[in-house]
Ligand binder design. Structure first.
Ligand SMILES: C[S@@+](CC[C@H](N)C(=O)[O-])C[C@H]1O[C@@H](n2cnc3c(N)ncnc32)[C@H](O)[C@@H]1O
Length: 248
């Protein structure tokens, strides 16, 4: 993109009336199905990609409205990929919009997509919202997000709804599965490396954010953490053991 276009893009995408929320509520084309509070969350993580040749993969097409929304939000250079199990959704393929028909639970289908498309900046899982679907999709597709990209799984409230395979603290819900991410982030500090050690997630994820019904995973190349000190020591430290503290 030339400099003039970059400048024009910058001002266009900075304007408040062009926020995702504004775009959503002005939309009168194909139906879009989102929760209102997701829109600001998306804006927070996606705005840096506006006007660029961002590559986004959305799982779950439904009426095709969200694909139109991403086009309006990201601009004409965006490459949009989308997956749905419903063959009718193939009609939403367009210039810069590639549709894949199949199930997000099907490992082979997802692997085939990875062979056909480049690594993407963003994945949004808004598909069937069943536990297996969310977990398999994450396990297959997370490594297809670029090293500084973003993975979002939405509608996590289904982790609490039995009709989706959910239940409070139930094993194998996406929420329970994703709680392991907290350990992975902190694995540098493990003192039991047979059971708990640095893995690919530890080395490739900058942060994990939970919101109502949404998880946002921000990738980044992470090195082993360094403890650093500056300044001058001015008093002697006292060393307390947990026994000392419990005796007080
Ligand atoms: C919530 S809708 C998607 C809404 C759309 N992203 C939007 O914002 O308007 C969920 C979609 O997931 C699709 N779906 C359900 N099970 C699926 C599966 N196993 N694999 C792929 N897509 C699936 C459904 O056909 C449906 O179109």
């Amino acid at each position: 993109m030339n400099i003039a276009n970059r400048i024009l893009n910058f001002f266009y995408f900075k304007k408040k009336e062009n926020s995702l929320k504004e775009i959503f509520y002005k939309h009168n084309d194909n139906l879009i199905n989102k929760w209102d509070h997701y829109l600001d969350i998306y804006d927070q993580y996606f705005s840096r990609y506006r006007g660029s040749d961002v590559k986004i993969l959305e799982i779950g097409i439904s009426q095709g409205g969200s694909l139109q929304m991403w086009r309006k939000y990201f601009g004409n250079s965006a490459e949009i990929y989308a997956i749905d199990i419903n063959p009718e959704c193939s009609k939403f393929s367009d210039s810069g919009v590639e549709i894949f028909i199949g199930s997000q639970e099907d490992h082979n289908f997802l692997r085939k997509i990875k062979r056909e498309i480049p690594k993407v900046d963003i994945i949004v899982d808004d598909g069937g919202h069943m536990m297996r679907q969310q977990i398999i999709t994450f396990e297959e597709m997370f490594d297809h997000v670029k090293a500084d990209g973003i993975y979002i799984c939405e509608d996590l409230h289904t982790s609490y709804w039995s009709e989706f395979g959910g239940g409070y603290k139930k094993k194998d819900t996406f929420i329970e599965y994703s709680k392991n991410f907290i350990d992975y982030l902190n694995a540098w500090h493990s003192r039991n490396i047979d059971k708990f050690s640095v893995n690919d997630f530890t080395k490739s994820v900058k942060s994990v954010h939970y919101y109502d019904s949404i998880i946002v995973i921000e990738k980044g190349v992470i090195d082993s953490p360094r403890k650093v000190k500056v300044g001058v020591k001015v008093i002697e430290d006292m060393v307390f053991t947990s026994d000392d503290i419990s005796r007080k």
